[in-house]
Ligand binder design. Structure first.
Ligand code: IMP
Length: 193
């Protein structure tokens, strides 16, 4: 079945395509949309609503995700992509996080992924996945994207960026949210719809 995704982020598209391998993932960039909600769920809904009108009778989906650090009162949170400023580069966001975590003992953090869907009947659904871990003192690894070099998931001694993609994609916040998505869309996949 076809699944329209409201993103242009090639990293997200690759991960979603790997996790939902039995769906035909089609990217539709929600141009000019302001992600100004206070929650991941709110931003995911803003993005999916922006593309749903273009694809009546189809499944549409948007992911909004980010890193929440306990010692920073949940920051960078919904501002993860813009932590060091609008249009900030990944290396600038990561450098700011390292700076803000210097000397901090409690390094607990979690990645959060909210996924909003509009089904072929126009009904909205929202699911969430989380992955607990901790913030490393320095970056390591070259896989993945964003804050991956700084995030060590619980049960691992290495960062997301040091894990093979298939391992990250089996335990990540996105994998967990997409497993709930799968439960919603599985009747469609089975019927070939
Ligand atoms: P969004 O595109 O508004 O959802 O912003 C997501 C931002 O959160 C990204 O730009 C990354 O900085 C961060 N992020 C979300 N998911 C991940 C992940 O799986 N690994 C690393 N960083 C992530």
């Amino acid at each position: 079945m076809k699944l329209y995704i409201a993103t242009h982020n090639a990293h997200k598209i690759r991960e979603i395509s790997q996790i939902l391998a039995d769906c035909e993932i089609i990217s539709d960039d929600p141009q000019g949309v302001e992600e100004n909600a206070a929650t991941f769920e709110g931003n995911a809904l803003i993005k999916v609503r922006a593309i749903a009108a273009n694809h009546p009778g189809e499944w549409c989906m948007a992911d909004d995700s980010g890193l929440c650090v306990d010692a920073l009162e949940g920051e960078p949170g919904v501002r993860s992509a813009r932590y060091a400023g609008d249009n900030a580069l990944t290396k600038e966001n990561n450098a700011l996080l390292i700076r803000n975590m210097q000397g901090v003992v409690d390094r607990a953090a979690r990645f959060v992924c909210a996924v909003a869907l509009v089904d072929p009947a126009g009904k909205e659904h929202v699911v969430r996945g989380e992955c607990e871990g901790r913030i490393a003192s320095s970056p390591s690894g070259t896989e993945g994207f964003g804050y991956d070099p700084l995030f060590i998931p619980d049960g691992c001694e290495v960062s997301f960026a040091e894990l093979p993609a298939e391992v990250k994609n089996s335990i990540s916040h996105r994998a967990r949210a997409l497993s709930s998505v799968r439960e919603l869309i599985v009747p469609q996949v089975n019927s070939g719809g």
